[in-house]
Design a protein around this ligand. Structure first.
Ligand SMILES: Nc1nc2c(ncn2[C@@H]2O[C@@H]3COP(=O)(O)O[C@H]4[C@@H](O)[C@H](n5cnc6c(=O)[nH]c(N)nc65)O[C@@H]4COP(=O)(O)O[C@H]3[C@H]2O)c(=O)[nH]1
Length: 658
């Protein structure tokens, strides 16, 4: 072997590239050691490596499928002559490492650009060398704006130099810092962000870069603030909720205790809100609640807290009040402004009322819970007294509340155990002086208390829904009694029965009436149903429909207690009524008060013009009757003739009066 040949062989065995000679079919004729290491297939000579061979000189990258894993190789091949035969020499270079790091870099680039956190890389002198799109989105700065600048560009001025000094101390000592920083966007907006800074060192430990990851906290903060807000406020009106009001109440009590001042808690409930909500829908209801909230806030001082407890329940906490009277004045003003008409966006105008319950610290309650409870009881009392008014809490109110619950329990029993009675009060035709009918009035024959008048239990029955059963029973009992009288030979009397607003507006009362008339056989024309103004006013459209249905049965319809509500005579034209009953209040003052007398005269005249019969209630003396007679009033009812009496007594009265 020549020296050159020996040298070549040495070169072939020592170089790190693999050298392979293949024949034209690709079968290996020669392979050096590096090639065998690279392919990991042992002795290569005689094997087909399945590498692509081209006739010219080529260079290409191929995958190496090897037992240790997939790698990459760069192939360069050239045609040669081997043992006088055409062959190819292939130089195989392992480029797995380079390829992998190329891929890694590509991946890193993609991650860098697509991450939602802002990324900023500076060199060791803190000049910005690279940012990602999220950085621009957060800060408003483009790459051109910030390259070669220092991050001081982002400073808001909210942190002092000690803050930055501590930050750099941490970076220099531990290579890392993380914290919240207020920065300034390009549009000058200052915003909070979470910044995490890391130092990148080369293999000698020298700092070559700083990398900062920026997270914008402003959105997170605002949603956190919103969550926090919603935990303490009513979402619809944005007023404080029960939780916040109780905590302000607690705080207010502490201050009042310290300063020796008074505190008032007002609980409010909207009258007729439910009707409006039911008839116009929830959207209108919601709008109305918002309008109520606005009026309330306007009405009170800035130091007072208006809250909404849900539904149509609002509250007002008044701190440092002069005393119970000031609270009452505010309550009165609130009732007044809330009763003014509301113009809704749909063009509809609605009216509601409000009732208010008041509890005063320290006169009534000493703790928030107690004050709340007492204001609630007072509110209940206000509603019982006729709505649209306020009531204080007091010990007597508490007693009344307890008695109320007691009555409710006993009343339920009374209905099932047959303790109810119907009393009849004669209705007299004024021109002839004859009894022509009777009003049926319920009584409760209580085994403990004796005869209980309806004033003691009707409102409770209404509040609990028991009134439905009571009214049904009174109706049936009255018609049965009417039939008994007819059977006994008495002329058919007009029997008037009260229908509560509750019963009138719940379900279909006309079906019940029709059923009772069928069952008892009492002629419809002699049954008169009395409704109060407020029942008719509550849901006008529904009321008219219901009255039409009742009218179709042939019964008579009367409006009771006329003059106590808001309705005008013109309003009455809407309803198919037969009788108007003038409230006792107007009769009481005859002949003392000219005003009331004139009202009575006007009511009679106008009712007649609407072709309604007029009945005066609560006539107690002859003067009253004489006046009514001169005014052409048709009928009366009152102690002058008789108090309400049991059926047997009424019968005697009737027979004696004939
Ligand atoms: N001071 C005085 N009072 C007179 C005179 N004449 C009649 N009264 C009273 O005035 C009330 C008239 O009945 P109302 O206005 O329908 O007022 C009724 C009515 O609204 C309600 N009520 C009575 N029975 C029923 C019933 O069966 N169902 C319903 N829903 N309510 C009823 O309870 C209210 C009170 O009933 P009562 O206590 O029976 O009271 C009766 C009657 O006893 C008088 O000359 N002087």
């Amino acid at each position: 072997m020549t020296e050159n040949l020996i040298n070549f062989q040495l070169i072939l065995t020592t170089i790190s590239d693999g050298i392979v000679v293949v024949d034209q079919r690709g079968v290996v004729l020669y392979a050096n050691e590096s090639a065998e290491r690279l392919f990991e297939r042992g002795e290569l000579v005689g094997k087909d490596l399945a590498v692509p061979i081209h006739s010219g000189e080529t260079r290409q990258d191929i995958n190496l499928i090897r037992p240790s894993g997939i790698g990459w190789a760069e192939l360069r091949s050239a045609p040669i002559t081997w043992d006088k035969q055409p062959a190819f020499v292939i130089c195989v270079r392992d480029i797995t490492e380079r390829k992998t790091s190329d891929l890694g870099l590509h991946l890193a680039d993609t991650v860098f650009d697509s991450t939602r956190e802002g990324l900023m890389v500076t060199d060791s002198a803190q000049r910005i060398v690279r940012i990602n799109p999220a950085f621009s989105e957060i800060t408003g700065y483009s790459a051109a704006d910030v390259l070669d600048q220092t991050p001081a560009l982002l400073r808001s001025g909210r942190h002092d130099s000690a803050f930055y000094a501590a930050m750099w101390d941490s970076i220099n000592v531990s290579g890392h810092w993380q914290g919240e920083v207020w920065n300034r966007r390009k549009n000058s907006e200052i915003y909070p962000q979470l910044i995490s800074i890391d130092v990148i060192r080369d293999h000698t430990g020298r700092v070559c870069n700083y990398v900062a990851v920026l997270t914008d906290l402003s959105k997170l903060r605002s949603s956190q603030l919103e969550l926090d807000f919603l935990a303490h406020h009513d979402p619809l009106t944005r007023l404080p909720n029960r939780l916040l009001l109780l905590s302000r109440l607690q705080h207010g009590i502490e201050l009042a205790q310290r300063d020796g001042t008074h505190l008032a808690l007002l609980m409010l409930d909207l009258d007729r809100f439910k009707d409006i909500n039911d008839s116009f829908g929830h959207l209108v209801g919601d709008e109305l609640l918002q309008l109520v909230a606005t009026r309330l806030v306007k009405q009170v001082r800035t130091i007072d807290t208006v809250g909404r407890f849900g539904g149509d329940e609002f509250s007002v906490l008044m701190e440092d009040v002069a005393g119970a009277e000031q609270a009452a004045r505010v309550a009165n003003d609130i009732i007044r402004v809330l009763s003014e008409p509301y113009g809704l966006s749909s063009g509809v105008e609605v009216r509601i009322g409000a009732s208010v319950g008041i509890s005063i610290y320290p006169d009534n309650g000493l703790t928030p819970e107690l004050m709340l409870q007492q204001a609630d009881s007072a509110l209940y009392q206000a509603k019982i007294e006729g709505r649209g008014r306020f009531a204080y809490f007091s010990e007597s109110l508490t007693q009344a509340a307890r008695a109320r619950i007691d009555i409710e329990v006993r009343l339920r029993r009374a209905i099932t155990q047959g303790e109810l009675r119907v009393y009849y009060q004669p209705q007299v035709d004024i021109p002839s002086g004859r009894i022509v009918g009777a009003e049926a009035l319920v009584r409760w024959q209580c085994p403990i208390e004796g005869l209980v008048p309806p004033a003691r239990f009707i409102t409770i029955a209404e509040a609990t829904g028991l009134i439905g059963e009571i009214d049904d029973w009174v109706l049936r009992e009255t018609c049965q009694q009417g039939q008994r009288w007819r059977a006994a030979g008495l002329p058919t009397l007009t029997l008037a029965v009260n229908l509560s607003a509750y019963q009138f507006l719940q379900g279909d009362i006309s079906q019940t009436v029709a059923q009772v008339l069928r069952d008892t056989g009492y002629p419809a024309a002699f049954l008169e149903l009395e409704l109060t103004e407020s029942a008719l006013m509550q849901r006008e459209a529904q009321a008219i429909q219901m009255l039409d249905r009742l009218k179709a049965l042939g019964v008579r319809l009367a409006i009771d207690d006329f003059g106590t509500g808001y309705s005008s005579l013109a309003y009455l034209k809407l309803f198919p009524l037969d009788v108007l009953k003038i409230d006792k209040r107007f009769i009481d003052d005859i002949p003392a008060h000219r005003d009331d007398m004139e009202i009575v005269t006007a009511i009679i005249a106008m009712a007649h013009s609407l072709r309604l019969k007029v009945l005066a209630e609560g006539v107690e003396n002859k003067e009253q009757l004489a006046y009514l007679q001169t005014q052409g009033c048709d009928q009366f009812q009152g102690y002058l003739t008789s108090r309400p009496v049991p059926a047997a007594e009424f019968e005697k009265l009737f027979l004696s009066g004939r």
